[in-house]
Design a protein around this ligand. Structure first.
Ligand code: NAG
Ligand code: NAG
Ligand code: NAG
Ligand code: NAG
Length: 350
C-alpha cells in the first residue's frame, strides 16, 4: 500500500456526507484544544478552528493523513496521533505548522518517513516514534531539528544507525533507542550530541561498543545498556562519563571486571547484575574501587560470580578483596600493560 494512493483517495472521502465527523465531539470556534478518541474515526477531522494549539487524535482508526490535514492551523504546537494505524505520512504534512513543538506518533505502523518531512520543523522539541516499524533512520530527518530535546525511537526494527546521523541535534537531551535490533553502533554515532543527558540502549543486541563512542557526550547522566550481548567493554569506553548518575549494564555477557569506570562526582547508581562474572583479581580491584567511592550497587543478590568454582553463585559484593587474589598477572596486548600495573586505588582513573 502506498502513501500516494491513500492521499489521492482522501479528498474523495472528505467530499462524502459529514457522517465521518460525528464520532468526535463538536469544537467551539474559540477552542484551543481538540481531543478525539473515537475508535471508529478513520479520517482526520477537517475544518478545525484556526486558533487550535493542540490536537490529540489517539486510539482512533486513522490509516492515512491527507497532505492538507494541517492546513489553516498555523499556531499548532502539539500533535498527538498515537495508537492509530498510520503506515506513512505525506512529505508536506508538517510544513504548514512551523510552530509545532511536540509530535507523538507512538504505536502506529510507520515503516519509514519521507526525507523532507521535518524541513519546516525547526522548533520541534519532542519527537516520539516509539512502537512503529521503522527499519532505519535517515540523517535527512534530523537536519533541521535544531531545537529537538527529546527523541524516542524505541520499539522499532532498527538494525543499524547511519554514521553521524544525529550530528545536528545540538539541543538533544534524551535519546531512546531501546528495544530495537541494533548489534553495533558506528564509532561516530553520538557525534554532535554535546547536550545529551540520557541515552537508552536497553534491549538491543549490542555486542561491542567503540572505545571512542562516548567522547562527544561527556555530560551523560543516565546510560542504559542492560539486556544486550556485551561481553567486553574496551578499557576506556566509559571513562569520559564522569557526570553519570546511573549506569545499567545488567543482563549482558560481561565476565571480566577489567574495564575502567568513571570517577563518580556524586552518587553513582550501578547495576552489574545478571552477568557471568569471573571473581578474580580484577574483581578484587573493582571491590576496592566500589567500597571507596560513592557508588550504590543495585541488585547485589543477583550480581553473582560464575567462576571460579569456590565462589560460584556467591554475591560479588559480599566477598572480601583478600579472597580474590592479590595482583593480576600481566596480560599481553597493547594498552593493557599499564592498567594492569596500577595499584588498586587507581582503578577507574587510568
Ligand atoms: C469560548 O467562548 C465561550 C462563549 O462564547 C466561553 O464561555 C468560553 O469560555 C470560551 N472558551 C475559551 C477557551 O476561550
Ligand atoms: C478500523 O479500520 C479497519 C480497516 O478499515 C476495520 O476493519 C476496523 O473495523 C476499524 N475499527 C473500528 C473500531 O472501526
Ligand atoms: C540478599 O541476600 C541476603 C542474604 O542472603 C538476604 O538477607 C537479603 O534479604 C537479600 N536481599 C534481597 C533484596 O533479596
Ligand atoms: C546458581 O544459581 C542459579 C540461579 O540462581 C541456579 O540456577 C543454579 O542452580 C545455581 N548453581 C549452583 C551450583 O548452586
Amino acid at each position: 500500500m502506498t502513501c500516494l494512493g491513500l492521499t489521492l483517495l482522501a479528498p474523495l472521502l472528505l467530499a462524502l456526507p459529514r457522517s465521518w465527523g460525528q464520532p468526535c465531539p463538536p469544537v467551539p470556534k474559540n477552542a484551543t484544544e481538540f481531543v478525539c478518541t473515537a475508535p471508529d474515526l478513520y479520517i482526520f477531522p477537517s475544518g478545525l478552528p484556526n486558533g487550535i494549539l493542540s490536537i490529540s487524535v489517539e486510539f482512533t482508526n486513522l490509516s492515512t493523513m491527507g497532505e492538507d490535514a494541517l492546513q489553516g492551523l498555523p499556531l499548532l504546537r502539539e500533535l498527538h496521533l498515537s495508537s492509530n494505524r498510520l503506515q506513512c505520512l505525506p512529505a508536506s504534512l508538517l510544513w504548514p505548522v512551523p510552530e509545532l513543538r511536540i509530535l507523538d506518533l507512538t504505536g502506529n505502523l510507520l515503516e519509514g518517513l519521507p526525507p523532507e518531512i521535518f524541513h519546516a520543523s525547526g522548533l520541534l522539541r519532542d519527537l516520539v516514534l516509539r512502537g512503529n516499524r521503522l527499519r532505519g533512520l535517515q540523517p535527512s530527518w534530523f537536519q533541521s531539528l535544531r531545537a529537538l530535546e527529546w527523541l524516542d525511537v524505541s520499539g522499532n526494527q532498527l538494525r543499524k544507525l547511519p554514521p553521524h546521523c544525529f550530528l545536528l541535534l545540538r539541543s538533544l537531551k534524551s535519546l531512546d533507542l531501546s528495544h530495537n535490533f541494533l548489534s553495533n553502533l558506528p564509532a561516530a554515532a553520538l557525534q554532535g550530541l554535546a547536550q545529551l543527558e540520557r541515552l537508552d540502549l536497553e534491549g538491543n543486541r549490542l555486542w561491542v561498543l567503540d572505545e571512542e563512542m562516548f567522547q562527544p557526550t561527556r555530560g551523560l547522566r543516565y546510560l542504559f545498556l542492560q539486556n544486550n550481548k556485551l561481553s567486553v567493554l574496551p578499557d576506556a569506553t566509559l571513562l569520559p562519563l564522569d557526570q553519570l548518575d546511573t549506569l545499567d549494564l545488567s543482563h549482558n555477557a560481561l565476565h571480566t571486571l577489567d574495564f575502567c569506570l568513571p570517577e563518580p562526582r556524586d552518587t553513582l547508581s550501578l547495576d552489574l547484575s545478571g552477568n557471568p562474572w569471573v571473581c578474580d583479581c580484577h574483581a578484587a580491584r573493582f571491590l576496592h574501587w566500589l567500597r571507596s567511592r560513592p557508588v550504590h550497587l543495585y541488585a547485589r543478590n543477583k550480581t553473582l560470580c560464575l567462576a571460579p568454582l569456590e565462589h560460584h553463585n556467591q554475591s560479588l559484593a559480599t566477598l572480601a578483596e583478600s579472597e580474590l587474589g592479590v595482583s593480576c598477572p600481566p596480560t599481553p596486548g597493547p594498552g593493557k600493560q599499564e592498567s594492569q600495573e596500577l595499584p588498586p586505588d587507581q582503578v577507574g582513573k587510568a
